[in-house]
Design a protein around this ligand. Structure first.
Ligand SMILES: [Zn+2]
Length: 114
């Protein structure tokens, strides 16, 4: 898996690290156009529910049985969910009013209006 495409400017500028942060409900910014990007929130909400289910189910089973198999299962399922979270499509967000983006505002982003 390589860099992902920015939903604003369609350039491959989103690094794997940024992409992973976006799956943890972080807002990320494109390096090229400084557009605000997040992971599709509806899909991410479902995935977050699965993380909670994973911890509750296997955490409970561990404290009932003290069998380390459940901790291993919890970790494996957590990693599988992390893996699939990287394939959730990115969504573009509107720029904030009076935003302080990490990028300088002097750069004019490419505006493509049809
Ligand atoms: Zn961009």
């Amino acid at each position: 898996m390589t860099a992902s495409t920015c939903p604003h400017c369609k350039k491959s500028t989103i690094s794997l690290k940024k992409r992973y942060l976006a799956t943890k409900w972080r807002t990320i910014y494109c390096d090229a156009c400084s557009g605000r990007i997040c992971t599709q929130p509806v899909v991410l909400a479902i995935l977050s529910f699965l993380y909670v289910w994973d911890v509750l189910l296997f955490g409970t089973l561990f404290f009932k049985t003290y069998s380390w198999v459940y901790i291993v299962a919890l970790t494996v399922i957590w990693l599988i969910l992390d893996y699939f979270s990287m394939y959730i499509p990115l969504a573009s967000m509107k720029p904030l009013e009076n935003s302080k983006t990490p990028q300088k505002k002097t750069e004019t982003p490419e505006v493509k209006e049809n």
